[in-house]
Design a protein around this ligand. Sequence first.
Ligand SMILES: C[S@@+](CC[C@H](N)C(=O)[O-])C[C@H]1O[C@@H](n2cnc3c(N)ncnc32)[C@H](O)[C@@H]1O
Length: 249
Amino acid sequence: VDDAGIVEQFTAARRDRHLAVLEGFHAVKHAIRFGAELAALVGTDAAAARRLTEELAPDLEGTFSHRLRIVAPETFSRLAPRAPRTGVMAIALRPRFDLDTVLSDPADEPVVLLEDPRHLGNVGACVRVAAAASACALLTTGSLDPWQPDSLRGAAGLHFALPVGHVTELGRHDRPLIALRPDGEVLDPARLPSRAVLAFGTERHGISERLLAQADRSVAIPMRAGVSSLNLATCVAAVLFAWRLRKAD
Ligand SMILES: C[S@@+](CC[C@H](N)C(=O)[O-])C[C@H]1O[C@@H](n2cnc3c(N)ncnc32)[C@H](O)[C@@H]1O
């Protein structure tokens, strides 16, 4: 494949729901570390990529040295709307996602449900913190594809560390459903049940009446008077780490 072929490959991958375009060294690093199967790995400077690998991902030196294909900087700049400064990008196969497998997972860890999120950077930040906190999975509803490149960039490629999928609705399941909303009862981490689905609402309008009606309880992160709400990803982080730190006691 010549450089023009690489540009075509990346352009097509952005529209392909079976593929993930990874922009930047950190996204590529995490994806490989958590088992991503690569379809392409490109960069502008072999020596710079080697230095980054030695410094930040010595465990992955073999993959980088074997797979990295060097392209001209002009070609690289055409692979993404904002070419990453680290000079590395990749295409990976998205892992298989199955909602029933996620919902029937017997482990204690919660599932994060984002209802109709509107900002891909927020979705990525939620994936990143869900991976860090060992959440069971992250699900989204609504119009956005959580695997879009901007979300992968915000997550630093951590979509490969846990199941991440778009769903139309939850369907039947046996998990407690806890809705997060600023006017719920004050969150007591000790009362967060195992295997919960933690549901967070859309950035502007909050959680829908329909989802609230399905919830077993609604809980709030207490805030100083005058502050109306937390940013979506900040709220996901606060709740997941309240749960995780309680578990570590
Ligand atoms: C930016 S907020 C939406 C604000 C919206 N006006 C509302 O009243 O819910 C996005 C989501 O983060 C969660 N959230 C934000 N602050 C919260 C808090 N203090 N307690 C519980 N959930 C919160 C909720 O799930 C909310 O739907």
